[in-house]
Ligand binder design. Structure first.
Ligand SMILES: Cc1cc2nc3c(=O)[nH]c(=O)nc-3n(C[C@H](O)[C@H](O)[C@H](O)COP(=O)(O)OP(=O)(O)OC[C@H]3O[C@@H](n4cnc5c(N)ncnc54)[C@H](O)[C@@H]3O)c2cc1C
Length: 298
């Protein structure tokens, strides 16, 4: 089967050999063979079914803010959710939000409607889909804590179902949703005074500004925090702030961030990751595990 040809029969929103540096916050990485933007469920189902039948790998892309694509790129398909997947609606218990909506837009929406519960998420870049799959959050709260239902499509493109999360489905930067495509979620929010919500949002914003490098090319925290410790603290105490490979270096502000000075390759970042892991292991006996999703050909 000529996959490209078959896909073009379903959608015209398709690009070939598209550089993933344009779609990731790290602003680096090689090209993907086929890049599709899809705006409704039926089209998504047909595309997924076709790609699955063709036995080609595919990835759903949110904001690309937790995504590192290797320099040789992706031999497969990247699917980005747009159109219908960018809708927000008020529900009895809070908001129903499409997977393609940016998390910051939801925080603003909720604040403006006097709905409280998501203030902590201000400044976490990316989409609601990416956030729930990776259970994004801050020290005291994660998005999984406020999700009541999730509508998902299976990865073969054959069915859609509604999941009600149970205890243990969401864990630290992880969830049961990795095996699905998230379509939309209901976020549980409670009524509160707008000024008090806005104040809390501002507090979280300020805290982030003081502790994280923002408006730079990065993918956020590279490593998960090991139990009872912080990856950034271990990297800092190993003396690695400012350590550089090519155009990639460890942030001076937050040691768990690797920044791209504009010239970094994915190989620079991966080599820097290996150096950090080795030095932290040698010095503290702690094995760091990547939080970011790494894809593409070696
Ligand atoms: C400056 C900066 C600060 C950050 N701060 C934080 C923070 O405080 N806390 C935190 O937790 N993270 C943080 N991050 C990391 C990142 O923003 C989050 O992990 C975010 O939730 C990723 O969302 P995304 O839409 O960009 O996902 P992507 O990077 O696009 O994708 C991540 C993974 O989710 C999958 N995915 C995306 N959408 C779907 C979907 N609809 N269905 C199925 N799978 C999907 C992808 O296939 C991929 O495996 C930060 C990143 C940056 C750059």
């Amino acid at each position: 089967m000529d996959l490209a040809l078959e896909l073009q029969k379903i959608t015209s929103d398709i690009k070939f050999n598209e550089s993933m540096s344009r779609h990731t916050s790290f602003r680096l990485g090689g090209p993907v063979d086929i890049f599709i933007e899809v705006g409704d469920e039926e089209k998504l189902r047909k595309i997924v079914e076709l790609v699955y039948r063709a036995d080609r790998p595919y990835f759903i892309l949110g904001g690309g803010t937790n995504f590192l694509v290797r320099d040789k790129g992706i031999r497969g398909v990247v699917i980005k959710l747009v159109g219908e997947f960018k809708k927000i609606a008020v529900s009895d218990r809070g908001l129903i939000v499409g997977a393609g909506v940016s998390l910051s837009r939801v925080v603003n929406w909720a604040s403006a409607k006097g709905l409280s519960g998501l203030e902590f998420a201000v400044g976490i870049p990316g989409t609601v889909g990416g956030a729930v799959v990776g259970n994004a959050g801050v020290a005291e709260k994660s998005i999984g804590d406020c999700i009541t239902t999730v509508r998902v499509m299976d990865k073969q493109g054959t069915g859609i179902k509604k999941l009600i999360p149970k205890n243990g489905d969401f864990s630290y930067r992880n969830s049961h949703l990795k095996k699905y495509i998230v379509l939309d979620v209901e976020i549980l929010l409670t009524k509160n005074k707008i000024y008090s919500i806005v104040n809390r949002v501002e507090e979280y914003k300020q805290k982030r500004k003081n502790t994280q490098p923002i408006k730079v090319k990065s993918a956020g925290c590279i490593f998960k925090n090991p139990p009872d410790n912080f990856a950034g603290k271990l990297i800092d105490e190993a003396g690695l702030k400012g350590l550089r490979v090519g155009g990639a270096y460890v942030s001076h502000k937050h040691a768990n961030f690797i920044l791209n000075d504009g010239t970094a390759t994915a190989t620079d970042v991966l080599n820097l990751i290996s150096m950090i892991k080795k030095k932290v292991l040698d010095k503290f006996g702690r094995r760091l595990e990547e939080e970011i999703v790494i894809v593409g050909e070696e």
